[in-house]
Design a protein around this ligand. Structure first.
Ligand code: HSE
Length: 443
């Protein structure tokens, strides 16, 4: 990708020596409280209750209005409560935070650490935005804060980066990091399910965030990308700063054109160090059918790391839903039960702030639809040329239909800023423009 070994090595921050924080000695069986009894909380409780060999005992379940959540299969020794202070005052060793969001979850994590409880969380939003401060607090209080479930559900990507690839100099992370979007796009591709139906199904399966726009618009994947950039690239990345585009607007017909190009469509997250700059984007993208990104189905996630010495490594598996996420959480609990960790939360790398470059360059797919049978191809061609955007090929030029017309083009690589100016001009010029879909094409 035009990156020399020297450039990459120079810009990698040094790894911090192992922390000297003294961890509290742990009992042989950890007492565990779950905060939040939704899809994931139930799955964690099930796993804990049906795994007597694990050195973990569920003792408390917290939820607001807890009585409506009670289920008969939880052993009677487990205490149900809607009072968080009761859990803080108890002899619980580890609190599993599954409340989600930044408030009040962040304050509860702080209070838990101050109260001498370790914390396991699946909360990517919290870790992406306040993770540094919370990890520092965990170090100071001698507790563990583990968040393996925050990225890619059951796929152990964070410990894969922290441990398995600790000797690598990674410069690029590319992934499908949102199970909801992958479910929707792969259902549209393979089973001709409509966008709305696929979203409703994903909600039923418990894949979506409380606000599904966080999935569709890319914020969920941006939070995961920020965590990965920190762990894998040693780079600070605010999820709000990631260039992101929604998958809403992608239609069945886009999959047909993508296939003509030997591609399909996935929500792709990418963070890449190029010299002194960091590129970070989450957007629907045309990916070649042979890529591991294209082969993800349903709630699967995949992460492809690129390193200077070992080349590419692929992590893949189920990334959303109760089952996979509960495995990641219980694995973090088991890790805590095994005693002090010399990786992960106690030894994060020293982070570097790279200038962010969001003016991403790539060839693009462009589909323009107009409401009436207006001839738009000449006007579109003129605006694109005047804006400095070159057309590589025209896939579809249907200018005469009574129900509207469609123009599908492949554009030569250009910075996104130039394309956005061209699209703005097109929208001003063509007042019957019904939709304009632009998707980068991954080489
Ligand atoms: N809403 C998230 C997703 C849940 O769809 O991937 C798992 O992080």
């Amino acid at each position: 990708m035009g990156l020399s070994l020297r450039d990459t090595l120079i810009d990698q921050p040094a790894k911090r020596p192992q922390s000297r924080a003294r961890l509290e000695p742990l009992p042989s069986i950890l007492k565990v409280a779950i905060l939040g009894f939704g899809t994931v909380g139930r799955a964690v409780a099930e796993l804990l209750c049906c795994s007597p060999a694990l050195p973990l005992r569920l003792t408390h379940i917290y939820n607001r209005n807890v009585d409506r959540k009670r289920v008969p299969w939880i052993p009677s020794r487990v205490r149900w409560t809607d009072n968080f202070d009761e859990i803080l005052a108890s002899d619980v060793d580890v609190i599993v935070e599954l409340v989600g969001g930044v408030r009040p979850a962040g304050d509860w994590v702080r209070r838990a650490l101050h109260a001498g409880k370790s914390v396991v969380t699946a909360n990517k939003h919290l870790i992406a935005t306040e993770g540094d401060e919370l990890l520092e607090l965990a170090r100071k209080t001698g507790q563990r804060l583990e968040y393996g479930a925050s990225v890619a559900g059951g796929v152990p990507v964070l410990c894969g980066l922290e441990q398995g690839l600790a000797g690598e100099h990674l410069f690029r992370l590319t992934g499908v990091l949102n199970g909801t979007c992958n479910y929707i796009l792969s259902k549209m591709e393979n089973e001709a399910v409509s966008f709305r139906d696929a979203l409703a199904r994903a909600q039923e399966m418990g894949y979506t965030e409380a606000d599904p726009s966080h999935d569709l618009g890319g914020f969920d994947a941006s939070c995961k990308l920020a965590i990965l950039a920190r762990v894998g690239l040693g780079a600070q990345l605010n999820p709000q700063d990631v260039y992101s585009r929604s998958i809403e607007g992608v239609e069945a017909v886009d999959f047909e054109y993508a296939r003509k190009l030997g591609c399909t469509i996935r929500q792709v997250a990418i963070a890449e160090l190029k010299g002194t700059e960091l590129y970070a984007a989450v957007q629907p993208t045309l990916v070649p059918l042979g890529s591991p990104l294209a082969q993800t189905r349903d709630n699967q996630n995949v992460l492809i790391t690129a390193g200077v010495h070992g080349g590419e490594t692929v992590f893949a598996g189920c990334g959303a839903g109760g089952g996979p996420t509960s495995v990641a959480i219980v694995s973090d609990l088991v890790s805590i039960s095994r005693g002090p960790s010399f990786t992960g939360s106690h030894n994060p790398p020293e982070l570097k702030s790279y200038p962010l470059n969001l003016d991403l360059e790539s060839p693009r797919y462009l589909r323009l639809s107009v409401r009436e049978g207006t001839n738009i191809s000449d006007a579109v061609g003129r605006v694109l040329v005047e804006s400095g955007v070159c057309v590589r090929s025209v896939l579809q030029k249907s200018d005469s239909g009574s129900t509207g017309s469609v123009l599908v083009m492949i554009l030569e690589s250009c910075p996104v800023s130039i394309l956005e100016v061209a699209l703005k001009r097109l929208k001003e010029l063509i007042d019957c423009l019904a939709s304009a879909v632009t998707l980068p094409i991954m080489s």
